[in-house]
Design a protein around this ligand. Structure first.
Ligand code: NAG
Ligand code: NAG
Ligand code: NAG
Ligand code: NAG
Length: 552
């Protein structure tokens, strides 16, 4: 009897203890959630906005600035009107590419585009049509309205744990949709259900919708010509011809994904012009972004007075090739804009060139979760060599020093100095005086005083070993963190509807705008974000024409 009793007592004790530990664990976990934390803001997503009445910031009681993110535009339906619908998925830039395709297709088919808002937060991955339809219902905050009322001091209930990690805004919050709306009709819908189509467009789902459902990621591609000239590059499974799509009579033409560069392939000249128009308009257009970027660009000496870089190191793919990419970017600047000798460059780089061209993972990277795995693999040796070399802050003309260990050698002897481009040489030599550089300028210049702005997702860029050769070589290198004072407003912005902070989406966009305003831009190879800055933002901001190049 006593044995049983003590067994019971023990069991109760252990159960209570376990319960207590579990509760304690969740309590700690919930309190540690970064969801309210505005400072943790370097996620790679998007954004920008508008000077319409809609977007007047409303000061809330806290330090937050709550902004309207929803464009509530009323619409009427004409009797003969036809519509084009598709599904949104993936990260911001993929959504932007899909929007370009959707707008082009809507224009070519003379159909009104049914547009879903921008999804910000962890990307909703692509899925085949029916599955994606279901999946998109999961990102609604319907029924979770109470989450934003819970005071900061209290742990979030389970259903609210992810509440602040994602949000939804109108495209018009980020870009200027007005010219596009005037060019082709758009109806924004915050509900992608078939029921919404029935109720709002006065149709019958079974009779009035023509579905083209995708079953693989690269399923269909739309051609504006019957006989395409670029077929041999095709990764798509099905070929849809515009002329055939035009013959579809049903009110709604419903596709799945429209993601993928040139998914709607513009081979005809008029299609190319349409796409150019679309791209010219799908650029950041948002008050807060404009004000903040203008202030910072001014501090960099003004538009076209610096070199803009976009260096992506987070995410598996870019993490792996980070050193190689950074080396490539660094040498483009050194080669094209300075006249350092190879020896001086080796010295400035800190003798790490050898390591830099290796595709290894032994380096601390951005705040991506995966980087935890990598940190531990740093060898004491590489840390040591990095520390030693950070002391090299000025150019010593120690050419007597025999740098004969050229076992690596980028024998780049063609270090072009800028003078053959007079416009640049004046600026490069002149504008650094307008800028509050962090280090002492090189007396001989040699192009080294060029102002450089680095847009990056690297964590703590100034102290990140990956980037140190930029700071080591050039005295006028800047990053967004250098302008904390200018970021106060932007970091306080929240979506007025769900109280979700928007800073983590606005910051990469801000970074890209600033870097695109330099006289020259260099991005990270294979990054769609860099490519967007290079092929769209930078030409637009520097007054150049956009080039639509459909050959891969
Ligand atoms: C485009 O569609 C509208 C109906 O929505 C129609 O009135 C107009 O004539 C069409 N335009 C062309 C060029 O077919
Ligand atoms: C393209 O093919 C369609 C049939 O699919 C035909 O109706 C149309 O006239 C053709 N267009 C041209 C420009 O050849
Ligand atoms: C640097 O020069 C090379 C070769 O002339 C050129 O291909 C590259 O585009 C230049 N880079 C920049 C950023 O000007
Ligand atoms: C850590 O990296 C190795 C290979 O580099 C990989 O196999 C492993 O799955 C990673 N672990 C985690 C937790 O990401």
């Amino acid at each position: 009897m006593a044995a049983i009793l003590s067994f019971r007592t023990r069991r109760v004790f252990f159960l209570s203890l376990t319960l207590f530990l579990i509760l304690g664990f969740f309590y700690t976990l919930l309190n540690r959630l970064p969801t309210y934390d505005l400072d943790d803001s370097r996620t790679h997503n998007i954004l920008s906005n508008d000077n319409k009445v809609n977007y007047i910031p409303i000061e809330s009681a806290k330090k937050y600035i709550d902004v309207e993110v929803k464009e509530n535009i009323k619409f009427d339906i004409n009797p003969g009107e036809k519509f084009l619908a598709y599904f949104t998925h993936s990260g911001y830039h993929n959504q932007r590419i899909a929007l370009e395709n959707a707008l082009l297709l809507a224009k070519l088919l003379n159909r009104t585009l049914l547009l879903q808002p921008v999804l910000l937060g962890p990307p909703v991955p692509w899925a085949r049509f029916d599955k994606l339809y279901e999946r998109l219902f999961l990102i609604s905050k319907n029924g979770l309205e109470h989450c934003s009322d819970i005071p900061k001091e209290y742990p979030l209930p389970l259903e609210c744990i992810n509440y602040y990690t994602y949000t939804t805004v109108s495209w018009g919050f980020l870009i200027n949709m007005k010219p596009i709306r005037e060019w082709n009709k758009i109806i924004e819908r915050w509900d992608h259900s078939f029921e919404w189509l029935e109720h709002n467009l006065n149709i019958n789902k079974d009779k009035d919708i023509h579905f083209i459902k995708d079953t693989t990621l690269w399923d269909y591609r739309i051609y504006d010509k019957n006989e395409s000239k670029v077929l041999k590059f095709d990764k798509y499974k099905r070929k849809l011809i515009l002329d055939d799509l035009k013959r579809i009579e049903k009110k709604v033409l419903h596709l799945g994904s429209l993601f993928g560069s040139y998914r709607v392939l513009p081979e005809n000249d008029n299609s190319k012009e349409y796409l150019k128009f679309i791209r010219k308009n799908i650029i950041p257009y948002n008050n807060i972004l404009k004000e903040t970027s203008d202030n910072i660009v001014e501090k960099l000496g003004g538009e076209k007075n610096f070199i803009g870089l976009h260096i992506r190191v987070s995410d598996g793919f870019f993490m792996k090739s980070a050193r190689k990419n950074i080396d490539f970017i660094y040498h483009q600047i050194v080669n094209n804009f300075t006249n350092f000798t190879p020896e001086e460059v080796d010295e400035l780089e800190g003798g790490t060139h050898d390591q830099d061209v290796l595709e290894d993972e032994s380096v601390v990277l951005g705040n991506d979760d995966n980087s935890r795995n990598i940190t531990s693999s740093i060898t004491p040796k590489s840390i040591k060599s990095i520390k030693l070399t950070t002391t090299t802050t000025t150019i010593n003309n120690n050419k007597n020093k025999n740098n004969n260990n050229n076992n690596n050698n980028n024998n780049n002897n063609k270090r072009v100095y800028i003078p053959d481009i007079p416009e640049f040489s004046n600026k490069i030599n002149g504008f650094s005086s307008k800028v509050n550089c962090k280090k002492q300028l090189h007396s001989t210049d040699q192009g080294a005083n060029t102002v450089i702005y680095i847009a990056t997702d690297a964590k703590d860029p100034r102290n990140n070993p990956l980037l140190f050769k930029f700071f080591n070589t050039f005295p006028c290198v800047f990053i967004l963190d250098d302008f904390e004072q200018d970021l106060i407003d932007l970091k306080s912005v929240r979506n007025i509807h769900d109280k979700t902070p928007l800073a983590s989406y606005l910051i990469p966009m801000l970074d890209s705008i600033i870097s695109a305003k330099g006289f020259s831009f260099i991005g990270t190879p294979k990054s769609t974000f860099s490519n967007y800055i290079d092929k769209t933002l930078h030409p637009i901001y520097t007054g150049k024409d956009l080039i639509i190049n459909i050959t891969p």
